[in-house]
Design a binder for this molecule. Sequence first.
Ligand code: SF4
Length: 471
Amino acid sequence: MSISMSDVPFKERVNAALQNPDRLRAISSGAEAAFVKRNIVLESLPDPDATRDLARQIRAHTIAHLDRYLAEFEANLTANGGQVHWARDADEARQIVLDIATRVGAKRVAKSKSMVTEEIRLNAALEAQGIEVWETDLGEFIAQQAGDHPSHIIVPVMHLTRQEIGRVFHEKLGAPYTDEIPELNLIARRTLREVYLSADMGITGCNFAVAETGSICLVTNEGNGRMVTALPRVHVAVMGMERIVPTLDDLSVMLQLLARSATGQKLTVYTSLVNGPRRPDEEHGPEEMHVVIVDNGRSRALASDLAEILYCIRCGACLNVCPVYRAIGGHAYGSVYPGPVGSVVSPILGGVPAFADLPHASSLCGACKDACPVRIDLPTLLLRLRRETVKQGQQPGWLSAGMKGYRAVATSPGRFRLAARLGALFTRLTGGRWFRGSLPGPLGAWTRYREFPPFARKTFQQRWQERSRHD
Ligand code: SF4
């Protein structure tokens, strides 16, 4: 199953997003505020650059030895009483979770935030089996009630105003309308408390899995991760197979960067390590704990020149700083994963043809690379994917023909000189006026927002020769 959220072409999705300036303002200011906080709090580290370098080394080492650390994690979690399941793709991952839910007779599931369960479309599969699914992360809860999708990997409803949220709660939960944030929180809390107490199964994601202890680490600001892992009879964690770190020391490096980069906090309010199900001498906790390790295209990435994207710790900083994300918002990407990281991850996981436009939805300004706590070279990965879209024939025919023509001219001094002279002559004959209008055909999209500069009336070579004569 594709991770695409829409069959509508990219440009139409962008145009639709642009029709809603209130939402775009909410996204732009939310992203900017998060990034400003990130800058301040990151600097509070004794040596931010050294920490980022170390984090990158840890991620690079882990991804290069993924087989070893995943096996170590499985052995240790099994020794703790947990069970590990391996899913090659989204279908297998969904089936594993469905089988567990059916076996334990789950009628109601409480979920904490998890991008990978969005990726594998888990909610729809559970609901199709008659199982009630409740998102418990506040942002995800709002998105679910609104029948909407997350537009940001950290702040799922960055695109919604509090007035919109007030209306959703009024219509869907029967609560009196309010746009006061504390009251909205209370409405969600009252609804979810009952869900925690009655859910048969808790499903979480996994921010990191620690190989040496067989633990999974969850970071939340609302404490819902603890409720979901502690109260229901069964806990299932779904993790992308790259989300592993070798040791607790490595985890501490990642945690120093994750919250700072994501929300500008030194640490999230709750950082939970779950080591397995309830032990015989423990009074509380789930009877069963399962971890589903999902590949779903990650092995393909590992074997390619895009493997660096697996270093990602899903902090969202690259979204917050990206001028394109800020201008069009998350839904326009049409993928579970938006922004610069999504423009790389989506074609890898969902296929280049389905997401051929995304690697081009970047100015390649490099802000994402600067912001990334593990220094992923996103612009280079985007360029590699652009090359891949061309190889796979996803570039429009007129553009391929145009680039071939340009190459024929630019690689021959004689043809280049002739073309420059023709351009200069054309400018002189038309007084440069023709270029001030819109260019013909698909090139018109470029001149809709800017002027096409006229060619110089004399070519550079002509001016160079004239200057040499006078010297
Ligand atoms: S690519 Fe880097 S900045 Fe973007 S979400 Fe991943 S870790 Fe964060």
